[in-house]
Design a protein around this ligand. Structure first.
Ligand code: ADP
Length: 219
């Protein structure tokens, strides 16, 4: 087994990255490192990092690289990520972040990047009905609620609608994805690290496809 796993995940907002990353983290026994979850936790705790990031997040803008890059590098240097690897969710989103990541993880960099491919039409519908656990980041929707009221089935914390799942912020986030993040699909393709998986369908089937993609590289 060619460990540590070092897995990246690209895909539009609402493509299902978070849910698939949580499952991968459970079955592979590796940390799920989500920059969105890290930022939201910092915001709730009122740290300097959270305060600096909050206004950008609310508007659906990207948090500047000067704020995010150091925090990610620090997280990747912790022993669980160093020993076992990780699945990275929401990072990189710009070419500068991708370059930083390849440099930090040199000489091999990320081992594989999954592109979870879902149309804009489908993600728009998913985002407007999405609800998220404030504790563990598990996602639900108004069509698929937690078992007890709006308490998370996994950790019991409150399940809410994210403050940036408004119409304006969603439009801005998707536009930024097209402009800044989508070019990374070709970039990782040229490095020979990209595998695309069609992400509109049954959750378990998509999970299996992602597993086979990872096994074909890391197995
Ligand atoms: P989504 O992908 O659905 O927008 P995330 O939970 O991944 O949601 O991120 C929420 C917000 O956190 C983003 O809109 C952005 O403001 C900020 N953010 C997360 N990851 C990054 C990143 N790698 N670079 C810059 N900003 C980020």
């Amino acid at each position: 087994m060619d460990k540590p796993y070092r897995i990246g995940m690209l895909g539009k907002q609402g493509a299902g990255k978070g849910t698939q990353c949580i499952r991968l983290s459970e079955v592979l026994g590796i940390p799920h490192i989500s920059t969105g979850d890290m930022l939201r936790a910092a915001l709730r705790e009122g740290t300097d990092f959270g305060k600096a990031a909050g206004e950008f997040m609310e508007r659906g803008e990207l948090v500047p690289d000067s704020i995010i890059v150091g925090v990610v590098a620090e997280r990747l240097a912790q022993s669980d990520a160093l020993n076992d690897g990780f699945v990275l969710d929401g990072f990189p989103r710009t070419l500068a972040q991708a370059q930083m990541l390849e440099d930090t993880l040199a000489p091999v960099g990320l081992k594989v990047v999954i592109n979870l491919d879902v149309s804009t039409e489908v993600v728009l519908d998913r985002l407007s009905s999405r609800r998220v656990c404030v504790g563990c980041g598990r996602t639900y929707s108004i069509h698929s609620r937690p078992n007890r009221n709006w308490s998370c089935d996994s950790c019991g914390e409150e399940v809410i609608q994210r403050s940036d799942d408004t119409k304006e912020a969603i439009a801005r986030r998707l536009a930024l994805y097209d402009e800044l993040t989508a070019p990374l699909i070709d970039w990782y393709g040229q490095l020979g690290k990209l595998i695309s998986v069609f992400g509109d369908g049954d959750f378990d089937l998509i999970h299996k496809e992602i597993r086979s993609a990872i096994d074909s590289v890391i197995g």
